[in-house]
Design a protein around this ligand. Structure first.
Ligand SMILES: Cc1ncc(COP(=O)(O)O)c(C=O)c1O
Length: 379
C-alpha cells in the first residue's frame, strides 16, 4: 500500500472521507426537499468520483461542460447527460452521433437566433435533439430573460420543429459566488427557483410542454429551502469544495477534500520564504479568493497530514515554483515550520481549475493512498 511519502510531487490528492461527507451533505439536503441532484462532473471529470456521488444517493443524470466529457461518461455507462454550455450548430454532428448511439443528451441555447440555426441544421442528422432553454435569473452570465418574450419565441421555434424537442428550462445562479452570507445566498437561490418556475409556467401557458425545471450552483443548492416546482438541482464543486466556497461560508476549510501535495525545494532565509515545487501549473492560475475578505493567495497551506496552517499561504507562484510565506502577524516563521525536502499540502482556490491541471488524482485516507483516479481534459 502506497503512502504519501512515496508519491512524487506535485500530486493532486482527494481525501476520501471528506469527499464522502460532502456528497452525503448535499444528498441529504436535496433529498429532504424531495428533489434530485444532477451532478456537474466538470469539477473533477472523473468516473470514479461520479460513481461515489451516485453511491451517495439522490443523484440522477449528469451535467457536463464539454462534448468530450459527454462521450467519456457515456462510454462509462452514464446515459442521461445535460451538456450545459450553449450549443452551436457546428457541434450538432457530435451530439447526433451520441443520440444515435443511445445517449439521452440534452443541449441548451438562449436565443431565437440560435434556436433557428439549430432547427435549420438539425434536419440533416435524422434525430430529434432534446433542448433546454437557458435562463438568466441573476445577470451573471448567459441565458434569456425568464420574464421576456424571447423564451416564448424560442419555445415556439423548438416546438414547431420535428427535429427538436423542448425538454424544459435551466439556469445557473452564478451570482451566488458573490454572496458572502447564507441569507444572501438564500435570496439568490429563491430568485433562481422562482424565476425558473415562472419561465416554465409562461411557456406552459402557450400550450407547450415544459417538463424540466433545472437549477443550481453549490451555494444556492445548499441555501435553498423549498424545491417545489423544481425537477433537479445541479451542483459540481460541492463534492470537493475549495477556498472560494469556504470564503463564502458554504463549507469550512476542514471540509475541502482536494489538496496538492508539494515538496519544499528551497529556503530564502533573509525573506523567510519557503520555495515549493507546486507553482501555478500545480495550483492553477485561479485567484478566486483575491476579492474575498481573506485572500488565500494561490492556496492555503496545511501540514502533510492535512492540518490547516492558517498563517501560511502560497503568496506568489511561477510555473513550477510556489512561494510560501507567512501572513503578517504570524508567530511562527515559514522556514522553521517547513524544513527543506519536507512535504506539505495546499488547499486550492478553485477545485475545478486545479483538477484541470492533472491527468490523475490520488484518493487518500489519512496517510494512505487508496487508489489512482483517472480524469480527462480538453474538448
Ligand atoms: C450550467 C452550470 N450548472 C451547474 C454548475 C455547478 O456549479 P457549482 O460548481 O457551483 O456547483 C455550473 C458551474 O459552473 C454551471 O456552469
Amino acid at each position: 500500500m502506497l503512502s504519501l511519502s512515496n508519491l512524487p510531487t506535485p500530486a493532486c490528492l482527494i481525501d476520501k472521507v471528506k469527499m464522502q461527507n460532502n456528497i452525503a451533505r448535499l444528498s441529504t439536503h436535496i433529498g429532504s426537499l424531495g428533489c434530485r441532484i444532477r451532478p456537474h462532473v466538470k469539477t473533477h471529470k472523473s468516473v470514479e468520483i461520479t460513481q461515489a456521488i451516485f453511491e451517495g444517493g439522490n443523484a440522477s443524470g449528469i451535467t457536463v461542460s464539454t462534448l468530450k466529457e459527454a462521450k467519456h461518461f457515456f462510454a462509462h455507462g452514464y446515459k442521461d447527460v445535460l451538456y450545459a454550455v450553449g450549443i452551436v450548430p457546428s457541434k450538432l454532428e457530435d451530439v447526433a452521433q451520441l443520440l444515435n448511439q443511445g445517449c439521452h443528451l440534452t443541449i441548451i441555447l438562449d436565443s431565437v437566433d440560435m434556436a433557428t440555426r439549430v432547427v435549420d441544421s438539425a434536419s440533416a442528422f435524422g434525430c430529434i435533439f432534446p433542448v433546454m432553454i437557458e435562463l438568466d435569473t441573476d445577470g451573471h452570465r448567459s441565458g434569456a430573460d425568464p420574464q421576456g418574450q424571447e423564451i416564448i419565441n424560442i419555445a415556439n421555434v423548438l416546438h414547431q420543429s420535428e427535429h427538436t424537442e423542448l425538454k424544459g428550462v435551466m439556469t445557473h445562479a452564478g451570482e451566488s459566488y458573490n454572496c458572502f452570507s447564507h441569507e444572501e445566498q438564500r435570496t439568490i437561490a429563491r430568485q433562481e427557483r422562482d424565476l425558473s418556475i415562472l419561465a416554465a409556467n409562461r411557456i406552459r401557458q402557450q400550450g407547450i410542454e415544459c417538463a424540466e425545471v433545472s437549477i443550481g450552483s453549490t451555494p444556492t443548492a445548499f441555501a435553498i429551502d423549498d424545491l417545489t416546482g423544481i425537477t433537479e438541482v445541479r451542483a459540481g464543486v460541492y463534492v470537493l469544495f475549495d477556498l472560494v466556497m469556504a470564503g463564502l461560508q458554504v463549507c469550512k476549510n476542514e471540509n475541502i477534500a482536494m489538496s496538492v501535495l508539494a515538496s519544499v525545494i528551497g529556503h530564502q532565509q533573509h525573506k523567510d520564504w519557503v520555495i515549493t515545487d507546486a507553482g501555478w501549473m500545480a495550483m492553477s492560475r485561479d485567484r478566486g479568493t483575491a476579492s474575498h475578505p481573506v485572500d488565500q493567495g494561490y492556496g492555503l497551506v496545511c501540514t502533510v497530514e492535512g492540518k490547516v496552517k492558517a498563517d501560511f499561504i502560497i503568496a506568489d507562484a511561477n510555473q513550477e515554483h510556489g512561494i510560501l510565506q507567512h501572513r503578517n502577524g504570524s508567530s511562527e516563521t515559514a522556514i522553521s515550520s517547513f524544513p527543506l525536502a519536507s512535504k506539505l499540502r495546499i488547499l486550492p482556490n478553485h477545485a475545478c481549475s486545479t483538477a484541470a491541471q492533472y491527468d490523475h488524482f490520488f484518493l487518500v485516507e489519512n496517510d494512505t493512498v487508496l487508489a489512482e483516479l483517472s480524469t480527462i481534459s480538453g474538448w
